[in-house]
Design a protein around this ligand. Sequence first.
Ligand code: T3D
Length: 269
Amino acid sequence: MSKTFGAIEVGGEQGVLTITLNRPQAYNAFNEQMLVELGSALRAAQRDDSVRCIVLTGAGKAFGAGQDLVEIKDRYTGEPSARAVDFGAHLRLRYNPVVSRLRSIEKPVLAAVNGVAAGAGASFAFACDLRLCARSASFVMAFVNIGLVPDSGATLALLQHVGYSRAFELCVLGDKLGADEALRCGLANHVVDDEQFAGAVREMAARLAALPTRAIGLTKRALSRAWLADFDDQLEYEAFMQQTAGHTSDHREGVRAFIEKRKPHFRGV
Ligand code: T3D
């Protein structure tokens, strides 16, 4: 049975809790409501022993497009300028707690990447334990296109999944990485044809839910301790970097260009 909230849909069946980012008209971009609801859904899932696997996916064509840029456009039109906005505080309040919970929840979390995952949408997919992708899915480190720094744990996750050179290239060129290429470089666990995607997600989720959940949770804890000892530090550092990048003219130009559907003209400041 599934329940629709304002910006997400949550459905549970046989130990699998599916959380669907549900703003398809905006490519499931994160607004405040979605981030709050996602945080609550994950908290509830953590407490609920009947939940033994969590699936995170998107409604419609996209997995998620990161921060909703249309919703925050008032930051960039007229005065006061973007200087009034505390990007670091926004990440600490809304994004980092969700990413930390995805990482720390002692249940397997499967990202069912049904379409494009961009900006923090990609970061959230990286924070899940496994990524099962539809062949038409893709990842875009879109931050650079609006003059920002990758956040929500992407700097650490990407580095560890694909190594420095690849991570640097993805982060600074902002090119789309297709699902097959993501599989080749270790970012995706599995890629299946779009027609088989829903079935493959159900199958993998059921398999994960049937595992000894406590042992899986403890395994995740042990792997995370070795892999992500500095994760919270990195989240904090990203927030600090974003606070700086968010105050550049290039960021302002990047968001304006996105909204006006034109190429940005960055000046390097
Ligand atoms: O404090 C803070 O806020 C800091 C936090 C930052 C976290 C971040 O996530 S920053 C990064 C924000 N995200 C982006 O910059 C991604 C922007 N979107 C894109 O680059 C592209 O849309 C995609 C690569 C995701 C998809 O490209 P494409 O060509 O397949 O689709 P499209 O035509 O660009 O988008 C389809 C629709 O979704 C379109 O709406 P329309 O014209 O059909 O009504 C587009 O406006 C909308 N959409 C896509 N991304 C966003 C969005 N609407 C609002 N916000 C978005 N991020």
